[in-house]
Design a protein around this ligand. Structure first.
Ligand code: CP
Ligand code: NVA
Length: 312
C-alpha cells in the first residue's frame, strides 16, 4: 500500500467532482441502508477517533458508519493518551498509523490536524477544528440537495450568526461547488479574511458578508445558523449573547424569507439563543434529516479515505 493517504482537512482539499461524488455516494448508501442491504467493505479495518472536544453527532455517526461498513472503532479521548503528557504529535501520528486504517480528529487548531496528517501514513479526517468542519458541510449540502434539488447554482444560501468554523466550511463549499452565499454576522465577528479572499478568487457566484440578517434571508432558499459561542469560547458566551441577539433565527425573521426556505442547524442548538423553539420544531426545519445524513455521508468519506471501493 504505497498510496499517498487521502486526508480531508478542509473542503478546499477536494476538487468539485470529488465533493459531489462523495455526496452522491452518500445518497446511494442511504438508499441501500433504508432497504436493509448489507454493505461491509471495511471488515478487518480499524478507525481511530482522536477527540479533544465533546461530540454527540460526529462521534456516534462515524462510529455507526464504521460498524455498519463492517469495521471496528477505537475511540480515543485525547486526555487519555500520552499526548496529554507531552508526547509529540508527530510521534503519535506515526505510532497510530501502525495500528489503524483511518483517523478522525476533533481538536482546536487547524495546525494540529495538519501536523497529524503530515506525519500519518493513514488518512486523517477533520472531525471539526476551530477553523473548519468539512465533514459537516457535506452532509448539510446533501440535505439541501434532498430538499431543494441538485442544481446548486440556482440556490441562495444564507448564514446567520458567527463567522466561525461552520461559516468557513460554507464559504469554501460555495466557492468549490458554485452557489450564492450571504453571511450576516455582527461587526467584529466576520469570517477569516484569508479564507474569504481565497474563496472569492475562485467563486463563480457572490460570497457576501453583511450585517443585516433580514437582507440575508430575503429570497434565501436555505437558512443556516449555529451556536453563538463555539466550543472553546464558553467564557465569551455571556458577551456574545448580547451582541448576537439581533441575529436570532425566529419566526419574525422567517416572515421575510421565501415560504419554502429550509432551516438548517448543525446542532447542538441553544433554543432561545441562535434559534427559537418554534423555528427548530417548525415546518421549515430539516435539522433531524440533516443530523441523520451525517452517518450516510461519513460512510462515503470512510469508503473514499480507505479506498474501499477501489478494492472492488
Ligand atoms: N454537528 C456536530 O458536529 O455535532 P457534535 O458536536 O455533536 O458532533
Ligand atoms: N461552531 C460549533 C459547531 C459545533 C458542531 C462549535 O465549534 O462548537
Amino acid at each position: 500500500m504505497n498510496h499517498h493517504p487521502r486526508h480531508y482537512l478542509a473542503v478546499s482539499d477536494l476538487e468539485r467532482d470529488q465533493l459531489l461524488q462523495m455526496i452522491n455516494r452518500a445518497i446511494e448508501l442511504k438508499k441501500r441502508h433504508k432497504q436493509g442491504i448489507p454493505h461491509r467493505p471495511a471488515v478487518g479495518k480499524v478507525l481511530g477517533m482522536l477527540f479533544e472536544k465533546p461530540s454527540t453527532r460526529t462521534r456516534i455517526s462515524f462510529e455507526a458508519a464504521m460498524f455498519q461498513l463492517g469495521g471496528d472503532v477505537s475511540f480515543m479521548p485525547s486526555r487519555d493518551l500520552q499526548l496529554k503528557r507531552g508526547e509529540p504529535l508527530k510521534d503519535t501520528a506515526r505510532v497510530l498509523s501502525r495500528y489503524l486504517d483511518c483517523l478522525v480528529v476533533r481538536t482546536f487548531g487547524q495546525e494540529i490536524v495538519n501536523e497529524l496528517a503530515d506525519w500519518s501514513d493513514i488518512p486523517v479526517i477533520n472531525g471539526l477544528t476551530d477553523q473548519h468542519h468539512p465533514c459537516q458541510i457535506l452532509s448539510d449540502i446533501m440535505t439541501v440537495m434532498e430538499f431543494k434539488g441538485h442544481d446548486l447554482p440556482r440556490l441562495k444560501v444564507a448564514w446567520i450568526g458567527d463567522g466561525n468554523n461552520m461559516s468557513h466550511s460554507w464559504i469554501q463549499a460555495a466557492a468549490r461547488l458554485g452557489f450564492q452565499l450571504t453571511i450576516a454576522c455582527p461587526e467584529g465577528f466576520e469570517p477569516d479574511q484569508a479564507i474569504l479572499a481565497e474563496a472569492r478568487a475562485e467563486a463563480s457566484l457572490p460570497i457576501e458578508v453583511i450585517h443585516d440578517p433580514r437582507l440575508a434571508v430575503k429570497d434565501a432558499d436555505v437558512i443556516n445558523t449555529d451556536v453563538w459561542a463555539s466550543m472553546g469560547q464558553d467564557d465569551e458566551a455571556e458577551k456574545r449573547r448580547r451582541i448576537f441577539r439581533p441575529f436570532q433565527v425566529n419566526s419574525d425573521l422567517l416572515a421575510d424569507c421565501e415560504k419554502d426556505a429550509i432551516v438548517l442547524h448543525c446542532l447542538p442548538a441553544h433554543r432561545g439563543e441562535e434559534i427559537t423553539e418554534e423555528v427548530i420544531e417548525g415546518r421549515q426545519s430539516v435539522v433531524w434529516d440533516q443530523a441523520e445524513n451525517k452517518m450516510h455521508l461519513h460512510k462515503a468519506i470512510l469508503e473514499w479515505a480507505m479506498r474501499l471501493q477501489d478494492q472492488g
